[in-house]
Design a protein around this ligand. Structure first.
Ligand code: TRP
Ligand code: SF4
Length: 428
């Protein structure tokens, strides 16, 4: 038998391209510093990140940070959405501010959903489940169409977004309706909103997403950078920092040169003798001056990347195939039935199973336990061992998991009904 790896089902081998080509960093490197790592962190479901150190440092030093995500109210909320909700809620529990957008503008412009449907789906599918899973009223739940902040910011970001870049990411062409394009900018505005003055100004913000969502994150990081009044460039020699502000007020540049001791030029300030410490100081001075002169001083949003669950029948989990996913509003019995019909990593005969053991890494039932239903790592390890050791039989294992699923859905749905009574606490 090879080494036991209870997280084998979430191996990241297939994702190496993301690391090499797109500059996503490995989440493992940060794991040791995190105090109460979430199940998805411990089990390497979250495998990558962009500048998550910024969020982590704020978390560890008691400084402000936030987590945000958005949901398009065009279909049913399922276990995949639950993953994102849990990640936001975990950050809220670690002291972060939490934002949850209902992307009704996107659903209206792109999916043709009426505003009424958007409202109903937003509340009934996504918001109730988020609250039931533990989203607390300190955080912000909003509909895009009701947020003046977000709409204004989307317009502002539009100044720095051009058609070629957006079409490369979203596949826009001459036939694409303009509101669709606006909704792409609205998503970027969602991501940057937590850094507006109203919410305490610039701060590290993490957007937990699936691995395929990185282009949106890159776009938003770029827009944040371009929208800022100042850009910092560190010379290759590492001996000089240049603060560029082409359209910045002259007085702002002057103030930066005075406060950093840097040399003032027409459109930039150069600061000699660079060290990490000095860079952080310069960054914070530039941010202060930029805010004083009416700029945004956005920090690039951070992100974490999680692996997807496979569909219950193998293949992809897709909203258009009801048998491939379990919705958070599926009747508990139906959820349990879907587990009973799910694809396992079992062998063809019981005899083979006891001789060779099962293959949990290829088993969607095991995946349900790993992602959602078994919180205790030791217990999961036992399941894993028994499965590969051939002492666990798929029939019983499915029954056991189906029962866990039934219990989860039942409890979750009770909590959803209680959440209905609490909507007002969220201003909804
Ligand atoms: N576009 C996302 C979707 O299709 C929804 C969304 C809107 C979102 N705003 C966001 C996701 C901000 C992450 C961050 O589901
Ligand atoms: Fe999957 Fe359980 Fe069968 Fe193992 S015993 S393959 S975990 S269903």
């Amino acid at each position: 038998m090879t080494t036991l790896d209870p997280w084998g089902a979430v191996k990241i081998d297939n994702y190496s391209k993301l690391f090499d080509e797109f500059g996503i960093s490995k989440f493992d490197e940060l794991l040791g510093k995190i105090k109460n790592p979430h199940r998805y962190m411990r089990r390497h479901v979250i495998f990558g990140h962009r500048s998550y150190e910024s969020v982590l440092n704020a978390m560890l030093s008691g400084k402000p940070f936030a987590a945000m995500s958005g949901f398009m109210p065009s279909g049913r909320a399922h276990l995949g959405h639950k993953m994102v909700m849990e990640e936001i809620i975990w950050h809220q529990q670690q002291g972060g501010d939490a934002f949850l957008a209902i992307a009704d503008m996107e659903a209206h412009a792109v999916r043709g959903k009426s505003w009424k449907e958007c409202r109903e789906f937003g509340i009934n599918e996504y918001i109730l489940s988020a609250i039931a899973l533990g989203f607390e009223p300190g955080g912000h739940i909003y509909f895009q169409s009701k947020s003046g902040n977000v709409k204004d910011l989307a317009f502002e970001l539009g100044i720095k977004a051009n058609f070629s870049e957006l079409s490369a990411i979203y596949g826009f062409n001459g036939e694409t309706n303009i509101a669709h394009m606006v909704s792409a900018l609205t998503q970027s505005a969602d991501i940057l909103q937590p850094q507006l003055e109203e919410f305490g100004g610039p701060k590290p913000v993490v957007i937990p997403v699936g691995a395929d969502q990185d282009p949106h994150i890159r776009l938003t990081r770029g827009l944040a950078y371009k929208t800022n009044m100042f850009r910092l460039l560190v010379e290759e020699t590492g001996k000089e920092i240049s603060v560029r502000g082409k359209a910045a007020p002259k007085d702002a540049l002057k103030e930066i040169s005075k406060r950093t001791g840097g040399k003032l030029y027409e459109e930039h300030v150069d600061i000699l003798i660079y060290s990490r410490q000095i860079l952080a100081e310069v960054e914070s001075i530039v941010r202060e001056v930029e805010l004083k002169y009416g700029g945004y001083a956005f920090m690039p949003p951070a992100s974490t990347y999680h692996k997807f669950m496979t569909g219950l029948q193998g293949g992809k989990m897709s909203s258009s195939i009801p048998e491939s996913y379990i919705a958070l509003t599926d009747k508990p019995e139906d959820g349990a039935k879907k587990v009973m019909r799910a694809k396992t990593g079992g062998r063809v005969t019981l005899e083979e199973q006891s001789k060779l053991g099962g293959e949990p890494d290829k088993c969607s039932v095991y995946e349900l336990m790993l992602f959602h239903l078994v919180e205790d790592d030791k217990e999961l390890l036992e399941v894993y061992k028994d499965c590969v050791g051939g002492t666990r039989v798929c029939g019983n294992c499915k029954k056991y998991t189906a029962e866990l699923m039934r219990a989860f859905l039942k409890e979750h749905q009770e909590k959803r009904e209680m959440a209905r009574e609490r909507l007002r606490e969220f201003g909804l």
